[in-house]
Each structure stands twice: as structure tokens, then as C-alpha cells.
Design a protein around this ligand. Sequence first.
Ligand code: NAD
Ligand code: ZN
Length: 248
Amino acid sequence: MDALIDKAARIILGSKLTIALTGAGISVESGIPDFRSKGGLWDRFDPEEYATIYAFKDNPEKVWRMLKEMEQIVDNARPNAAHTGLAELEQMGLLKSVLTQNVDNLHQEAGSRDVIEYHGNSRSLTCLWCNRKYDYKEKKDKYPPRCECGKILKPDVIFFGEAIPSLAMARSSQLASTCQALLIIGTSAVVSPFNILPRQAKQVGATIIEINLEKTVLTDGITDIFLQGKATERVSQVVSAVKALQGA
Ligand code: NAD
Ligand code: ZN
């Protein structure tokens, strides 16, 4: 593993443009379950049933039961060493942007400045009927939160069946097709169209460094360096190795 960490650190130091793609796995050690964990939120709320825009439009009260629990979990979560490690790499001028599928705001709380939210953010709400927008704090104690017009509000997270925000999509695609190194952390890489980004990077010759507890659909065909293990441990090791090489 040490040799792989060293190799990853050298790639990052030699790359002119590095980006990170993150998924639910990077926030698991902050206490937010991913879709696959056993006994967690998603065992009780099947994402197929609760995380589609059709489900929300059909029965927003029902979907808000899941959203409320998710909100409480996110409210109690703090950034972990993987989030802060990426923020540190950005400050060192070695990481351009973080492209995340997460809606938990933890990259921003850790200090990352250039965060592209591919699936939106849970910290604001919109009315699907009249388009009014609200900060989530304004509606925090209201359940389900309602718009002035009386309709139930939707958080600005992208549900399955909704379009990706166009600016996030355009910037992600532009970065993936020009980067020289790509870190991909804690994502099963099965949700489309996010899963196209590592392939785009690979096509332009970028080195793909993957951190995950287990192999994913990318590991054998796309990934160049697979750092199996916990996101917190592996990101910290990579950042330490980068610093050691810089100091050498
Ligand atoms: P996923 O649940 O499909 O996959 C999570 C991946 O992370 C898995 O491959 C798993 O092996 C890995 N993983 C779990 N714990 C890890 C750890 N400690 N260290 C390293 N890897 C770890 O998640 P996804 O690919 O992000 O797709 C699910 C969708 O649901 C995304 O849109 C995601 O953003 C959303 N979601 C978001 C949150 C959040 O905002 N924190 C939480 C749950 C789901
Ligand atoms: Zn309204």
C-alpha cells in the first residue's frame, strides 16, 4: 500500500490539473449512511421509492418523512479527515475542484472553495408551483415545510428523474476532459450521468486514482491506482506523502 500511496502522491505533484470526484462513501465516516450500508436509513427508505421526482410529486408528505431524517443526520455531521484532506490539497494549489454527488455541504464546511454540486444541495428549498426559493433554516421547524402559496416545498437536491443543474454539468464535463489526474473517492460509480466523468478523464489520458472500501465497476477497467480502504485513512496518507515529497 505504501508504494501505491507514494505513486499517487507523485502523480498529483506532477499533474497540471487534478480534480476529485466524490460520492456518499466519503461522508460515511461523518455518520451519513450511503445507499449500501446495512441497517441504515436506506434499509427503511428504499431510494427507488423515496428518491425519485415522481414519488415526490405524487406524495410529498411521504417523501418528507425520509427527508426529515436525512436532514437530522446531516445537521449532526461534521467534515472528516477525507474532506479536510481535499481542502488542504486545494489550498496547496494541487487540487482544482471537487465534483461531488453529495448534498451534505461537508466539503464546503471542511474549507474546499471550488465545489461543484452535481446533485444539488439540501440547504435550500424551492416551490415547484411558483418557483419561490427559501433558505432551509427559515423552514427548519416546519414539517413538511410549505411555501407562501401553500404547496409543500422541495429541497434543491436532484431526485432520480430530474435534470442535473446545467452549470454543474458543463463545468464537470469541461474539467473531466482536460484534467491530468482524477481522484475518485467513495462512489459506486453507477449513478448516471456522473459515472461518465471518470471515463471522459481516462479518454484524455488522465491517471485515475480510486479510493474505496471495495472494488467498483471502475476498478478493473478504468482505475490506474486503486487505494483500497477507508476514505479518511487513504486521503490522509496521500496528503502526508505529498507533503513529504514536497519537503524532500
Ligand atoms: P453509493 O451509496 O452508491 O456508494 C457508496 C460507495 O462508497 C460504495 O462504493 C462504498 O463501497 C464506498 N464506501 C462506503 N464507505 C466508505 C468509506 N468509509 N471509505 C471509502 N469508501 C466507502 O453512493 P454514490 O455512488 O454516491 O451514489 C448514491 C447517490 O445518493 C449519490 O447521488 C449520492 O450523492 C446520494 N447520497 C448522498 C449522500 C450524502 O449527501 N452524504 C448520502 C447518501 C446518498
Ligand atoms: Zn409556491
